[in-house]
Design a protein around this ligand. Sequence first.
Ligand code: CA
Ligand code: CA
Length: 718
Amino acid sequence: MRRRFPSTCACTVPAHARSRWTSSTIFWVGGTGNHVHLKVNSLIASPVAESVFYPGAGGYGGVIDRLGNLWSTDNDPGWGGRMVWLIAPTNYPPVEGTNWFVLYPGVNAYGVAVDPVYPYIWQTTGGEYVFRWRTNGVPVTNQSGSVNLHFHGNNSSQGLVVDGNGHVWVAHAIGSTTVGHLDTNGNWLGNVQMRLTGLRGEYFPNTNFAGIPALVRVEAPLDFNWGYGSPAPSVPSNYFCARWFGVLEPRVEGEHVLILSADAGAAVQLTLEGQTVSSNWWEEPGPYPVELFLTNYLSTNTAYSLKVEYIEFTGEARVKLSWIEPGQTTPVVIPPERFQQVGTGPTGVSVDAAGKIWAANIGTHNVMRIDPNAGQIVLTTNVVGGVTNIITNHVGLVDMVVDLGDGSFHPEPYNLAASPYNYSDMTGFNNRIVNPTLQPYKGYWMVIHDSGVPELWWDRISWDAAVPDGCNIEVFVRASDDRSALARQRFLQVTNNVVIQELRGRYIELRVALIRDDPTKQPVLYRLTLHAQSTSFLRAWLDDAWAYETQDAEFYAEVLAPEPVNYWWYIKRPWTNEFELVVGASGPTLTLTGVDLWDDWTEVSVLVSNAAGETVWLGPATLSVYPMQIAIPGSGTMGVASRYPATIHVRGMPTNLASVQVTLYYLSHKRPDDLDILLVSPSGKKIMLMSDAGGNTAVTNVTLVFDQVFTNNPQMRI
Ligand SMILES: [Ca+2]
Ligand SMILES: [Ca+2]
């Protein structure tokens, strides 16, 4: 890896960013820590230059509406919850009063959501109400001018979302077990219980639960007899396995006998509260049907987490979970209503492309899907033109649970408790829902190619395309030897058929952006070719270099390839924009002699060729120069300094100067009066910076700046 030593270069990125707004590859973030907002280009993983603005708020919910405006909430209780409102700027930085405003709704503010049907932005107050804004930044108020508040069915709330009918769904927050449902006028229709009857069944076409399940469904009771057949077309009749998760809620307290039965030769295992309590997992398959009995004391008002695992090898397949309840003598199949999948702590809600609502439950480590067209019926009326219309609504009903894992059974890296906490926009902004007729101006084509060659150097990408006026094609690439690490690499933007300076790895991912200024235009990509370097370079690497002032800095190209290997070194000084060939440097090493701080951030690249006639670019690598300490005097009690003169080779500057500034860093001396410091130009002109100045008071780590602006003074010409 290339290394970079500590430098003075600084990037401003908000700390503790908790909100995210996506719009194609651009989104805005706001920091709860620094209260700064900025725009990020996610494709190149960089802040957008000059986009930072400081509204003194941010970091809670955030959305972008269909006009492209940003709504970013701030839940600072001292301010009663402000809203940062940004009108998409065309120039940066965004200007207060023109591009962005801080809005004060007069009530607390928390989660935020865009209404995709009506021109409103909805917010939760964190408490028992929701309210809405008009798209011009003015809240909807009553006749007395107060914000219109709508009760949502609970005394606390976090995130909310508005579905494709304009209905509002409110996550009732940590500690709750419901999601509130309001119609588009803010009428509360009822609460959806975070609860689903049945077990989550997962079926795998193998005998070790490997990979993604071939079939997932909610099932109860657990009483299956597939005979010689299979559970479903996607699952084989032999050598499959299945598992069921959920919660067991006993009806009466006392000793329960749990009976897990299966076909002969099957492997079964029962887990209660994370403990395996009944299993024939490690036993040799026997000739008789499996019957495992377990006696356990179970309480009422308790939800016991339950998991049943089953492996079918050959022959018949059946599995059943029964119990003998306290006071009973006959085993019965455990009825469906005893199996409940529950959700507690819904913090955020979201709408999927099919119009279903998803809630993330922090307490139970799962997400639940709500069918908005199921559940209890509620009639509302709507008067239009004197005609009263009766509208049939459903409160909604959970129809699916996805277990994210409490850390007890999933393999790495999912063996940590999920604790989903997503109170705003948990899937990211869905442009298609808010803009159903969206005609995008920018689309992407993406592909990952496996070259099969580790550490492959990618040389260049070339393409043929028809690009009408006002359209454009941008190509981004990244590469890695590790397929799963590819996603963590940054994209580089490349130019058609121009050599890429540093892109290496077996896997290469390509993103082609097709851009137009008018939906009727259509850029077309006909052909795209990936050009890789030869593999004759077994090793080719160029590290960064560093040195103290006055020392020599050495760049070393580590190359292993068929000889002869030739090197052409190029250097870009910090005061220039171009790489220039270093004449005479032809070996694997480039030495820069006697560097000083003027050379800091010099960049170096090297073009290397091998005996096979192949070439590769290495670098650019960077030079870091560290300042040297100077002792005054160098020894004894008087005399010259330890570096005398301390020469700085000022290069790349005009010979007629408008100003000269000299900075002495971290000066410490017992008696500054005794210091004489002289500035001498290359032609011998002298300026006494300091002499008999500073008195007798000791100074420690003082930075002195000598600044003199002068014009048209021929004497100052060096
Ligand atoms: Ca079978
Ligand atoms: Ca069998």
